[in-house]
Design a protein around this ligand. Structure first.
Ligand code: ATP
Ligand code: MG
Ligand code: MG
Length: 373
């Protein structure tokens, strides 16, 4: 078995590393943080910046490289492509890391986005923005977990928000009438060999994913349309690897609008490890090795709940792990991060149940019991 490489060693890199090792590969992780989760499992941890020439040269000895986050240096990935299999491609990563490119590609694929305008500079703020109000201004790059976005209702607020976000390129998006949020994870090798996991129904708290319920409690035709949309986008991008597509269900007519994508496994796909015939991380391994996607079938209704640093006590007291550990339907995953902080993703658990409703109810109850008090 050959060595595989990954850019980034957070929890996604960690779960990738475990999947790859189970499948017989050794794994090299490039990650500047010496205490990152994947460092515990990697055969080799190159502890260096993502553009470090020596580290990249060593990484290039591996058979293939993938990424666990979108903010890698797309140029470094382009260079690596001369020496090894790179998936997803640097072009796809460059698109997914910039909302301006991302939105234009979504539309190019024939899919709907929320109405928007690009704001490159303060001079792009004019009365032409007004039809979008109430709207949300999002930085084109680097935003996550609802950071890097501000809601605005007037031109004055828009001007202030643009300055607050640092006068950097942004997208001004109309606020749509959200009825539900779903995500589809597509696993693509080529046009013929592409699979999707069933859409997850996502619930956020304070801008951070809190619960993903699968199957999503929405009409079957809407869910199959969502899967087709993800396939269409992956094909348009000639994407190789695991692609997560976030969508909004909008208005009484339940229109599907694409919000954004991630060129990697996604938090809303963590249930696949416990509730599906294959996990999104096994798929990432297979696809980077040129293997076709494995069976994506959902084997049980489930609900994934994120465990944030918020469930620890103010003085760092441990949460009530027994609540989750003693529940026969709950599967606990902890990422091994040293310092719990508010809003920091420390782990998750997945509850399997006879129905989505029941899984969601149990997960909410266990999450409540988990909190230190
Ligand atoms: P992520 O952590 O998912 O990458 P992010 O910081 O990139 O988050 P978005 O996913 O674009 O941000 O937006 C965060 C949340 O804000 C969405 O999940 C949705 O609940 C809400 N939201 C974003 N854009 C809109 C919109 N145009 N209309 C209504 N709600 C929106
Ligand atoms: Mg995002
Ligand atoms: Mg999002």
């Amino acid at each position: 078995p050959k060595a595989l490489a990954i850019l980034g060693g957070g929890q996604l890199g960690s779960m990738f590393t475990l999947a790859a090792k189970t499948m017989g590969y050794s794994v090299v992780v490039l990650e500047p943080d010496g205490r990152a989760p994947a460092a515990r499992f990697a055969d080799k941890h190159l502890c260096a910046p993502f553009d470090d020439k020596n580290a990249l040269a060593e990484l290039a000895q591996c058979a293939a490289v993938t990424t666990e986050f979108e903010n890698v240096n797309a140029d470094a990935m382009r260079d690596l492509a001369a020496a090894m299999q790179v998936s997803p491609s640097s072009d796809c990563v460059a698109i997914a890391q910039n909302r301006i490119l991302e939105k234009s590609w979504i539309r190019k694929a024939g899919l709907e986005t929320a109405p928007y305008r690009v704001i490159q500079a303060a001079s792009d703020i004019s009365s032409e923005c007004e039809p979008l109000f109430p709207a949300v201004l999002k930085t084109a790059m680097l935003g996550y977990d609802g950071k890097g976005q501000i809601r605005v209702k007037t031109l004055a607020q828009l001007q202030a928000a643009f300055a607050t976000l640092g006068n950097v390129p942004c997208v001004l998006e109309q606020l749509v009438d959200l009825r539900a949020e779903i995500s589809v994870i597509a696993c693509r090798l080529d046009d013929e060999r592409i699979a999707t996991f069933d859409p997850a129904e996502n619930h956020h708290e304070n801008g951070i994913l809190a619960y993903s319920v699968v199957p999503a409690r929405l009409p079957e035709n809407l869910l199959s349309a969502a899967k087709q949309m993800a396939v269409r986008l992956a094909n348009a991008l000639n994407y190789v690897g695991v692609l997560a597509v976030e969508m909004f269900v909008v208005g009484d007519e339940q229109r599907l609008v694409v919000n954004e994508m991630a060129p990697r496994p996604h938090n809303s796909g963590h249930h696949t490890m416990d509730a599906c015939a294959s996990s999104q991380f096994q798929q990432q391994v297979r696809l980077m090795c040129g293997l076709p996607p494995a069976d994506t079938r959902l084997l049980s209704a489930c609900c994934m709940a994120n465990i944030l640093g918020d469930v620890w006590g103010e003085q760092g007291e441990e949460p009530n792990w027994a609540a989750v550990l003693n529940h026969p339907q709950a599967h606990l995953h902890l990422y091994g991060k040293a310092e719990p902080r508010k809003g920091r993703k420390m782990g998750h658990f997945t509850v399997l149940a006879d129905s989505a409703d029941e899984a969601y109810r149990i997960a909410q109850s266990l999450h409540q019991q988990l909190k230190f008090q």
